[in-house]
Design a protein around this ligand. Structure first.
Ligand SMILES: [Zn+2]
Length: 351
């Protein structure tokens, strides 16, 4: 498999999707699972804290998702920033090492998973683990500036007047370089709350000539705009115009908005569309907790997965509060649509 040849053709994702039978599964929530395995995430570094204290738990969660059928695992670097680690007394070098570690853990999980696939005959594993050799991508997560602030502003997109395009580019620059050098298959710019940050990412990956392809994923709380109130379609257009972006979509958003948002994106993009919504609860930044939605039901979003594929999505997973069980059910839903051709070898995604 080859990366795009620079002409703007997002061939990495197209080839990957072809190998995956036309649709692929993204993993689910990391933080909830880490907590379920015993991690204490009451910390401004949130799930990134585990890079310091309990990398084995991160490895275990990645493996759980692979065994639930995920074709793409997202690293534990969403809230990991060099600046965030510095505030906690770590040097720049130590911060960079922790960022790299997030990619190394995910790559190790993939290696272990492939070993388990080799050792098992999939017809005879005696449990519901999915051990099928197939193309698996490691996506290095980049959370927004608001995720670093840890004040809920990734859900408002309101950074204030002092935060300019230049400030955002400089904030993310070294981190994106370090993550790219660590050898992921792609960089997942996630939960992008406003147009300014999308523009900053697009310019940054061009300026720094980042060789790893990227996806841009936005969040919405009204089904029309991104959370800041900027036009969702304008944000998706920025992703569309960036050659190195190989997929565009929506995450950390209520399932009930997903169908309409996919329809909006299809009007402005030719790139593959990804969706990984929340479980159906909403995060309340005031009380810093998850609350049930009132009025409109989001129960069981898995039943909508094939409808999202029909309207144009080709990558589906889960964000906050989703679990390996959610992902297993997405995998099962998509299996009816996929060609289900087992892939004999791990594809080489590097040039
Ligand atoms: Zn989320």
């Amino acid at each position: 498999m080859e990366l795009g040849n620079g002409d703007g053709e997002p061939s990495l994702m197209r080839n990957f999707l072809h190998e995956s039978g036309g649709a692929a599964v993204i993993d689910g929530g990391l933080a909830t699972e880490l907590e379920r395995h015993g991690a204490d995430l009451h910390d401004p570094l949130w799930s990134a804290k585990c890079l310091l204290t309990s990398p084995h738990l991160i490895l275990g969660v990645h493996l759980d998702y692979l065994e639930a059928g995920a074709d793409i695992i997202i690293t534990a670097s969403y809230q990991a920033t060099i600046q965030g680690f510095e505030v906690r007394g770590y040097s720049i070098e130590e911060g960079e090492t922790l960022l790299k570690k997030s990619v190394e853990i995910a790559r190790e999980a993939r290696d272990i998973y492939y070993e388990r696939c080799l050792k098992s005959s999939s017809s005879d594993i005696g449990d519901d683990r999915i051990l099928k050799h197939r193309p698996i991508l490691v996506a290095a997560s980049v959370g927004s500036y608001g995720a670093y602030l840890a004040d809920g502003s990734e859900y408002s997109g309101n950074y204030g007047d002092g935060i300019t395009l230049k400030v955002l580019k400089d904030f993310h620059r070294r981190r994106v370089q370090v993550l790219a050098e660590a050898g992921p298959d792609l960089i997942a710019f996630e939960t992008i709350p406003n147009k300014l940050e999308a523009q900053a990412y697009a310019e940054l990956i061009e300026e720094e000539n980042i060789s790893i392809p990227a996806w841009f994923s936005f969040n919405s709380k009204d089904g029309v705009n991104v959370v800041s109130g900027d036009s969702f379609v304008e944000c998706a257009s920025i992703a569309e115009s960036c050659k190195k972006v190989v997929a565009v979509g929506i995450n950390c958003t209520s399932p009930r908005f997903i169908h309409g948002l996919i329809s909006s994106i299809t009007k402005v993009t030719t790139k593959p569309i990804l969706v990984y919504p929340n479980s159906g609860e909403s995060y309340d930044p005031e009380i810093k907790d998850w609350v049930q939605n009132t009025g409109v039901s989001d129960d069981d979003f898995v039943s909508y997965v094939n409808k999202w594929i029909e309207v144009g999505a080709s990558l589906v997973g889960g964000c906050c509060r989703t679990t390996p069980e959610t992902i297993r059910r997405i995998y099962q839903s998509l299996s009816h649509n996929r060609l289900l051709q087992p892939c004999s070898n791990h594809i080489d995604l590097k040039k």
